[in-house]
Write a protein that binds this ligand. Structure first.
Ligand SMILES: [Zn+2]
Length: 294
């Protein structure tokens, strides 16, 4: 079953304009439309699978954030880069929060919170996927829950991270508002999402791998995140590039296009994308937004 999104979750606008038709290259090979909210410019996958149906679109070994399988060259590089970026992410947290509790929302197999734990933080995770959650609980000593409501109400945290998660949730504003309640005053919310205003997005158009329909329900640009921060009354304090995403996303996009030498082409396009972003308002392929509860 599919549902049309009638009302924009950020601005409640009800008029939309068609933008792209994208194909699900990972699981179903089905096509999905992306529409733009006429009022606030948020891009939305609509119609989209209902919440009862979306699960089957995550059932693939290729969906590597939930499993550690898959040994093609792109996956091997992905894992090497993941180890490096894990260190960088932990350093990033430390630069804002010296100690306390980190909540990772949509923690997958728990690699990030395990790394935070090893660096002296108390951790808690939320992961709806049972298989990923089991692995995350093994890594962290049972610190991972199925949903936010299962965490003790009294437990407040100093940082909340959403590493490429916000684009998957059915209502980003509702999610951010309920997460904010868990945050101590002065605490940080760190949100990484793909940037549809990047060079690689405009270069690959409907073949841009980071549209990842129908798993990505929303496609943000920096303006949309600014609107979300305002609505949640969180202060945006930093925007940080994720340099590797330009390469990874370009390689996958080349693969989806059926091009030969997708690896090399992806590297070259990733370089172009990062260079372009440096001169164009930091519009990198993916961005990390740092917000603070004042
Ligand atoms: Zn809107």
């Amino acid at each position: 079953m599919y549902e049309k999104v009638d009302s924009c979750p950020i601005c409640s606008g009800q008029a939309f304009t068609n933008q792209l038709i994208c194909t699900d290259h990972t699981v179903s090979s089905e096509s999905f439309a992306i529409v733009e909210c006429d009022q606030c410019s948020l891009w939305i996958t609509s119609p989209r699978p209902t919440s009862d149906e979306i699960g089957r679109f995550y059932e693939s070994d290729a969906y590597i954030s939930h499993s550690n399988k898959g040994n093609n060259p792109i996956n091997i590089i992905y894992k090497l880069v993941r180890n490096y970026t894990m260190k960088k992410k932990t350093q990033l947290i430390k630069s804002y929060v010296s100690q306390g509790t980190v909540l990772d929302y949509g923690c997958g197999t728990g690699d990030f919170i395990a790394s935070c734990q090893a660096n002296g933080f108390t951790v808690v995770g939320v992961e709806p996927n049972e298989q990923a959650r089991t692995q995350a609980n093994l890594q962290t000593g049972n610190r991972v829950y199925q949903d936010l409501e299962s965490i003790d109400n009294k437990e407040k945290v100093d940082a909340i991270t959403l590493w490429h998660v916000l684009e998957h949730v059915p209502d980003p504003l509702v999610t951010l508002k309920s997460l904010k309640k868990k945050l101590n005053k002065g605490g940080h919310m760190i949100i990484a999402v793909p940037n549809r205003d990047s060079y690689d997005a405009s270069h690959y158009k409907e073949h841009w791998a980071a549209y990842d329909v129908p798993r990505h329900l929303f496609h943000f640009n920096p303006l949309n995140i600014k609107d979300l921060s305002k609505k949640t009354k969180l202060k945006q304090i930093d925007t940080i590039p994720q340099y590797f995403d330009a390469f990874y996303v370009s390689m996958l996009s080349e693969k989806y296009l059926g091009h030969s030498f997708s690896f090399i082409r992806g590297i070259l396009n990733g370089l172009t994308s990062n260079r372009w972003a440096n001169n164009n308002h930091n519009n990198y392929s993916s961005l990390i937004y740092v917000l603070r509860k004042t």
